[in-house]
Design a protein around this ligand. Structure first.
Ligand code: ARG
Ligand code: GLU
Length: 735
């Protein structure tokens, strides 16, 4: 942990009305209030984030640790993405009740389904604790210094938790230039209320994933239940719906291209400060190799999935997981190449060094950091590459390796356990094995093993794998492993479990080709690769800490924002399309008619139900239409990333316009470099969500529970004029 006191001076131009990058800390949003107002927002900073009164932040929850969700009624009704609630929907599904395929709607609260382990957290407050963390450390060093910082942290956390049911954690921002304490309230009884069929919630499948134009109804609904005191409680049938401090009112108003939009949620990771050499390594070496590995496994999985329904079901979610990042990476490289990101990085680094040279104190502090960062990458890139390849090969690769890892974890400590614990652990392993082999096809995994081993050996010549193979061919070894090993074969695994308490266990493992191979690779990974990568990460973070401090100090007029770290952030922009390719322009919205058009192409990813077709052909949009169209999705220039799934997309008055769920392919580069002219987030329009709930699913009682806000023609015209003016002027008239 590093001690640094950088004064964050946020001076931003108030004359800008174009979208800007940045994922801002809600408790500091007042610094951006004027800029947001210049873009048309009519809320105050206090409406967005406040600790003294309820504010929008209280209606936004961290859902299941990886997504965002928002409250939309006074009775704890939560809205998030279909892909965020997917595993819950799946776990309640069976052949008789196939909710994945047909959707699910609780007709009353008593039909809502419990989800053990699922949580939703509300942020109580976000507090800058940088100064307090380092209080009393002056003059200390080494262990004394660390102990004092640790003690300060513990006191801060204990104070935050005293006399309440909150949790608190302290997180580093800006690579340790700042520390914030996040105090949160975690709800533990979160029940499934409804989800559309996959043909709506996952419409477009992998074909459309990361792609605009998009027509996915990517939403699902949950409800938070609490104890009689309205506080979090474990699941109990007597729990009551949560009465939130704040919930979103919903905009059914006509949308206006160019109007203000804001996304408020929990973005996971961005890397805006990577150095030029690092970016070059990522774009030209690391990502292409990872993509090549996944090309290979996806081809095998695709062939298998097309060959039978059973295989299609067994590999559906694995395929989706592997393909999601694979497709994003391809988009990222393309985007970064077309904006010449490496050149841009180099020229920014030059500007940084030039500025550092203007003052002796800057020169000594910041003058060498860019060079050090780039040198560090040169020094460690082989190790980092080995790490990436091991992740792809051992963790994303043949599932036989996953079995081996779980077996090793199980055996560690097994000897020293008492009888009862042993029996428990053994039962867990048996259950785990059942779940694993249920979705495992031996021949598919064997083929994945062959193609990935080939690619791995190409990327990492002379590895432990080559040593293991010796003169034998991959084909030969794979046949051997998948017929004799415990790891790649259910019968062998079950037989092994029956002998788990016998003394021959170790002998069996030592002679199991699959296990021996996995162990050789895994040992190399943990002894020779991981420790080096840790050193790299730590050294990189220390340099980035200096680099970022220099940016803030030497370029105080730039907009500075800390990289995403799964904490609550705000980003704002406009409802707008883009033109990322020569000769091509994306409009900002899609409609229900577009679903029919895609369906007509015959691609199975665009299958729809007869009911949707009938309703769409009848064009009965009720009060949800706009000029005779039903908007399905729209894009905006808001800077989002993974974790922002399910985030509310909010209009100038704080009303809910839709639910964020993706980015366009051309804009996935924004994890490294945001480009306002091409980076677009994708939102499912709340009016389509309401239409599906109301007209498609017949669950109008849920719409009744929400508060819908429309406007008169006169008010619409006035609003339209206002945004038109804001978007054409570039001076004081914007305020
Ligand atoms: N690309 C989105 C995200 O990163 C959606 C993923 C779910 N959809 C899919 N077809 N796999 O999470
Ligand atoms: N689908 C992503 C998620 O699950 C959001 C898309 C993105 O990366 O922007 O968070």
């Amino acid at each position: 942990m590093k001690k640094r006191f950088a004064t964050i001076i946020v001076v931003i131009s108030f004359f800008r009305v174009s979208a800007e990058e940045g994922m801002l800390i809600p408790s500091l949003i007042m610094a951006f209030e004027n800029d947001m107002k210049a873009m048309g927002m009519r809320l105050s900073a206090d409406d967005i984030y406040s600790v003294n009164q309820s504010s929008l932040k209280d209606a936004i929850l961290h859902f299941g640790g990886g997504c965002t969700a928002e409250l939309v009624s006074s009775q704890g009704l939560l809205l998030t993405n279909h892909h965020c609630g997917y595993s819950q929907v799946q776990s309640h599904s069976s052949l008789e009740n196939d909710y994945i395929k047909n959707g699910f709607w609780a007709r009353s609260m008593s039909e809502e389904l419990t989800n053990p382990g699922l949580t939703a957290s509300r942020i109580v407050r976000i507090q800058d604790v940088t100064a307090t963390m380092f209080q009393g450390t002056e003059g200390l060093s080494g262990e004394e210094y660390s102990a004092k910082v640790q003690a300060n942290m513990e006191t801060l956390i204990a104070d935050a938790r005293a006399g309440n049911h909150y949790e608190a954690e302290i997180k580093a921002f800006n690579y340790g230039n700042d520390y914030y304490m996040i105090v949160k309230e975690t709800f533990k009884d979160v029940r499934l209320v409804g989800a559309p069929p996959s043909s709506i919630g996952k419409f477009g499948g992998d074909t459309d994933n990361w792609v605009w134009p998009r027509h996915t109804g990517d939403f699902s609904m949950f409800r938070i239940y609490v104890g009689a005191d309205n506080k979090p409680a474990d699941y109990n049938p007597d729990n009551k719906p949560y009465e939130p401090l704040r919930f979103f009112e919903i905009s059914t108003k006509d949308r206006i291209p160019g109007e203000f939009t804001m996304v408020y949620g929990f973005p996971g990771t961005t890397e805006q400060h990577v150095s030029s050499d690092h970016l070059e390594y990522i774009m030209n070496t690391e990502r292409p190799a990872r993509i090549a590995m996944r090309d290979k496994s996806l081809a095998v999985i695709g062939t298998s999935m097309n060959s039978s329904d059973l295989l299609r079901i067994q590999y559906a979610s694995k395929q989706a997981r592997i393909a999601n990042a694979w497709k994003k990476w391809i988009g990222q490289i393309g985007g970064l190449q077309s904006v010449k990101a490496i050149e841009t990085k180099r020229s920014r680094e030059k500007a940084y060094n030039d500025m550092a040279a203007t003052r002796p104190e800057w020169k000594s502090k910041y003058g060498g950091v860019v060079k050090d960062l780039n040198n560090l990458v040169t020094e460690f890139k082989d190790k980092d590459f080995a790490y990436a390849m091991y992740i792809e090969y051992l963790y994303v690769g043949p599932e036989m390796y996953k079995r081996a890892r779980e077996l090793q974890e199980f055996l560690t400590g097994y000897e020293s356990m008492d009888e009862a614990t042993r029996a428990d652990e053994l039962e867990k392993l048996r259950k785990g094995g059942e779940g694993f082999f249920k979705d495992f096809d031996r021949e598919t995994d064997r083929k994945i093993f062959v193609v990935l081993s080939e690619e791995y050996m190409k990327q990492q010549p002379n590895s432990r794998l080559d040593q293991f193979l010796g003169d034998r061919s991959l084909e030969e070894v794979s046949q051997e492993i998948y017929s004799t090993s415990i790891m790649g074969n259910k019968e062998n695994f079950d037989a092994f479990l029956n002998h788990i308490n016998d003394s021959i266990v170790q002998y069996i493992l030592d002679n199991d080709e699959g296990y021996v191979l996995w162990k050789a690779l895994n040992d190399d990974f943990f002894t020779n690769v991981i420790p080096e990568v840790r050193i790299f990460e730590q050294a990189k973070n220390e340099l980035l800490s200096i680099y970022v401090e220099g940016k803030m100090e030497m370029f105080p007029d730039d907009k500075h924002w800390p990289d995403a770290n799964s904490t609550m952030r705000i980003t704002y922009g406009k409802l707008e399309g883009s033109a990322p390719h020569d000769g091509m322009k994306y409009t900002e919205h899609t409609t229900l008619d577009g679903i029919l058009a895609k369906n007509n192409t015959g691609n199975p990813d665009f299958e729809i139900t007869g009911r949707l077709r009938k309703l769409a052909e009848a064009r009965e949009y009720g009060e949800y239409d706009q000029n005779g169209e039903l908007w399905v999705c729209f894009t905006g220039s808001n800077h989002t990333t993974g974790g922002n799934s399910g985030s509310p997309v909010i209009d100038a008055d704080g009303l809910l316009m839709g639910v964020n769920f993706d980015r366009s392919w051309e804009s996935t580069m924004s994890d490294f470099m945001f480009d306002a002219s091409r980076c677009r987030n994708i939102t499912v329009d709340i009016r389509y969500v309401l239409w599906v709930i109301d007209k498609y699913a017949g669950a109008g009682h849920l719409v009744e529970e929400m508060t819908l806000v429309d406007e008169s023609q006169k008010a619409y015209k006035k609003r339209k004029k206002r945004f038109a003016k804001l978007n054409t002027c570039d001076g004081d008239c914007c305020k």
